[in-house]
Design a protein around this ligand. Structure first.
Ligand SMILES: [Zn+2]
Length: 316
């Protein structure tokens, strides 16, 4: 178990586009409580496929961060999370990071990685996980085949602090299926990723959608030629990077009161991150058009999160 495995796993997830991840989304971490008190995690604004020993990882003092996090978590049993808490959360992460040779900022999801105790935590924007949440009853039934995993569902909540708090309350789970967001896996072995991939495929068989499994055999250059879709907000990143998405899309038609778009081939190269996000969006829409979007009010709050403002301002 090592940082090398963390890098291998990060690159593996980061390369499964758009099924597992898109743009700068997702974050992976490694800690070894027996050896030291350090968690290694992706830096905010980096792509998982670009994480290496030289760049994209940041180390955080686990004890320092978790002590402060628990102090604020304990207040939430009596009151709602507010904007000041979000600022506090950001500062806790910044102040607990070891800034040895860089000024990298730890991922906004560092909180959830810290409250999970296993060595590896992988969080990514699996399209299958969104569908599993939509088919919650079926998914519960499906997971009876895998009693070795404790599975939790989390309804849509804000990334960052709110998500960390929910995960903390259920931190014995191995698999968290997040509505309109993705999945969190914790394990002492990176092979959990192989198991997850197998479970995704089996799940689509289970719900009698073997057509979806064909997507898993396509190569990384997956593309949905000619399948337009409305601009749906299935992921927090779609809200945060809405302007990036709009800038690469071309209007196709209006149907049932909805505008349909496609990638403008002339602009596709301009924004790789937005392009991948669009691929995931059109994939979900074309295979599972009933999938719910992030509720409007919650979406407005997402854009206002201090961490999200930071991500938008990054040019890398
Ligand atoms: Zn995420």
């Amino acid at each position: 178990m090592s940082i090398n495995e963390l890098i291998t796993a990060s690159n593996l997830i980061g390369n499964k586009i758009p099924l597992w991840n898109q743009g700068k989304g997702g974050n992976c971490s490694f800690k070894n409580n027996l050896i030291d008190n350090i968690i290694w995690i992706k830096a905010s604004g980096y792509r998982l496929d670009k994480v290496s020993l030289e760049s994209g990882l940041v180390s955080v003092d686990i004890d320092k961060a978790s002590k402060k996090l628990l102090e604020i978590f304990h207040q939430f049993s009596n009151r709602d999370i507010n904007y000041d808490d979000e600022k506090d959360y950001e500062n806790i992460l910044l102040n607990s990071a070891y800034h040895t040779n860089s000024n990298l900022k730890p991922s906004m999801e560092t909180g959830l990685h810290i409250v999970l105790k296993k060595d590896f935590v992988f969080h990514f924007h699996s399209t299958a996980a969104l569908i599993m949440y939509e088919f919650k009853d079926k998914t519960n039934e499906f997971y009876k085949k895998y009693p070795q995993y404790k599975v939790s569902f989390i309804k849509f909540i804000q990334p960052g602090l709110e998500l960390a708090y929910e995960v903390w309350k259920k931190n014995e789970s191995d698999i968290f299926i997040l509505q309109n967001h993705g999945v969190i896996l914790q394990s002492n072995n990176i092979n959990i990723l192989k198991s997850w991939e197998m479970m995704e495929k089996e799940f689509f068989q289970f719900i009698k959608r073997p057509d979806v499994n064909k997507l898993y055999t396509s190569n990384a250059n997956f593309s949905l030629k000619g399948s337009s879709a409305p601009l749906k907000f299935y992921f927090p990143d779609s809200l945060v990077f809405e302007n990036n998405l709009i800038s690469i899309l071309k209007f196709i038609k209006t149907k049932n009161g909805q505008n349909y778009y496609e990638i403008d081939p002339l602009k596709k190269e301009l924004d790789k991150n937005a392009f991948e996000l669009w691929e995931a969006t059109s994939l979900i829409y074309n295979y599972f058009p009933q999938t719910l979007e992030i509720p409007k009010e919650a979406g407005k709050r997402t854009i206002d999160l201090p961490f999200e403002k930071h991500r938008v301002s990054q040019t890398q």
